[in-house]
Design a protein around this ligand. Structure first.
Ligand code: UD1
Length: 422
């Protein structure tokens, strides 16, 4: 299994191009199941999670071709011949549950494996299922699978009120509602940019949607959807991750394609820590010119709050801040697995339940560390950029799920980083 070796060697300088959003692409791809006409996605990121979703769609009978080195995904679901998403693929990636709503809406039936738990917590899918039931779906959970049926005549519009904000459940029911009869109102909907991106793509396909980006989304069902071409929104988590690189080891990096509105709460915390962020014509320029960063407190929240997917990376920065920072994780119950690894590098962190107290130290020291999940792995790379000596990050397959060309991108701004085969 490959490892990544990072050697801290001072300030970075240059530009990094930010890719299309993994999480947006993973919900835009199943939207192809809603129509017999072609759906083409531009600016797709080249990641193993995207290939997994392509395999899942292909297993259902959809055609998926990766063009232009994977940056363009041309999809067509004119001949779906299987409505069963098998455990073997679904277990690899939780986002697989997003095929349920579209298949059910278009063809009235679907069987999808339950995704199971994952390293960052239990992550159930009850909200997805309750929302689809509100549109009249009959669900039966047997043998680890959800067996779903629409009433005769198809799904019907309904009122969905989420007890807590769920990105995936909002996406699933939003897609299903586009083809339901009548009006669906989704209350306490997620407001993430990925939801807005999905709604914009669905609208190009002919869906009637209002209110995306707010707490209440209203969908007027239509009889059929058509094809579309859509450009995937910038990956705000990749953006935030690379903004932290110069913050952590000094220098100045321009993140191309970056937009402040995608990472507003994150920018505010970074600036409070003493980092300068400038909006340029091509993106966001981030600089740490002198001195240590200052401790800041961070609480993760649904968008537009501070994203849970940037918590691990922010913790890496705060390990070397002046003072004590308090990080509160409010979205997932077990998302501090990077803390013990950062402590192997000399960080001082006390974790208690959903709260981590990070007591800043002057220097981190390179060490062999283990990646436990996607965002945790990249936080260890960031920490390695600031550490003295070599940091070897093992189990990097997690990284391949969500960061394309991480070694090339960081080396391109002057980091000493390489991938080594085991
Ligand atoms: C998405 C993102 C993930 C991000 C997360 C929160 C994708 C592919 N993944 O995940 O990177 O960390 O949003 O911003 O877009 N929950 C339930 N029941 C459900 C669904 C969720 O209890 O049926 C809980 C979860 O356990 C979690 C919270 O709701 O505590 C939020 O999860 P959710 O927003 O659904 O996350 P995902 O869509 O899985």
């Amino acid at each position: 299994m490959d490892s990544i070796v990072v050697t801290g060697n001072g300030p970075l300088s240059g530009r990094i191009a930010i890719a299309g959003a993994k999480n947006a692409c993973l919900t835009l791809m199943p939207a192809t199941l809603l129509t017999e006409e072609p759906l083409t996605l531009l600016n797709a990121p080249r990641l193993s999670d995207i290939r997994t979703m392509a395999q899942l769609l292909q297993s259902l009978g959809a055609e998926v071709s990766a063009l232009q080195d994977g940056k363009v995904l041309a999809m067509s679901s004119h001949a779906l011949d299987n409505h069963r998403a098998d455990y073997d693929i679904v277990r690899k990636m939780r986002a697989s549950i997003l095929v349920l709503g579209p298949m059910l809406a278009r063809d009235g039936h679907a069987v999808v494996s339950l995704p199971g738990g994952c390293a960052i917590g239990a992550r159930p899918v009850d909200l997805h299922l309750q929302a689809l039931e509100a549109l009249g779906a009959e669900l039966d959970l047997r043998d680890g699978y959800v067996h779903a049926k629409a009433p005769s005549g198809g799904l019907k519009g309904g009122r969905v009120r989420f007890p807590l904000v769920s990105v995936g459940a909002t996406e699933n029911v939003l897609m299903a509602a586009t083809l339901a009869r009548g009006t669906t109102v989704i209350e306490n909907a997620a407001r993430e940019p990925e939801i807005v991106d999905l709604a914009q793509c669905l609208r190009k396909m002919g869906a009637q949607i209002e209110g995306e980006g707010t707490h209440t989304i209203t969908v007027e069902g239509v009889e059929r959807l058509g094809g579309a071409t859509h450009r995937v929104v910038t990956d705000r988590i990749e953006l935030g991750t690379y903004m932290l690189a110069p913050a952590i080891c000094g220098g100045e990096v321009e993140c191309l394609g970056g937009r402040r509105d995608l990472v507003g709460a994150f920018c505010e915390r970074l600036e409070a820590a003493g980092i300068s962020i400038e909006e340029t014509e091509s993106g966001l320029k981030v600089a740490r010119r002198n001195g240590r960063v200052q401790a800041v407190d961070v609480t993760t929240e649904p968008y537009p709050g501070f994203p849970t997917d940037l918590q691990a990376q922010m913790m890496a920065l705060l390990c070397t801040a002046e003072g004590t920072s308090v990080l509160e994780e409010k979205i997932f119950e077990n998302r501090f697995m990077h803390a013990p690894e950062l402590m192997r590098m000399g960080a001082r962190i006390d974790v208690s339940g959903g709260t981590a107290k990070v007591h800043g130290v002057e220097n981190l020291k390179g060490a062999p560390v283990m990646a436990t999940d996607l965002r945790a792995s990249v936080s260890l790379i960031l920490a390695g950029l600031a550490a003295e000596g070599d940091t070897m990050v093992n189990r990097v397959y997690h990284l391949d799920r969500g960061y394309e060309q991480v070694v090339e991108k960081l080396a391109g701004v002057g980091a000493k980083i390489e991938r080594v085969a085991a």
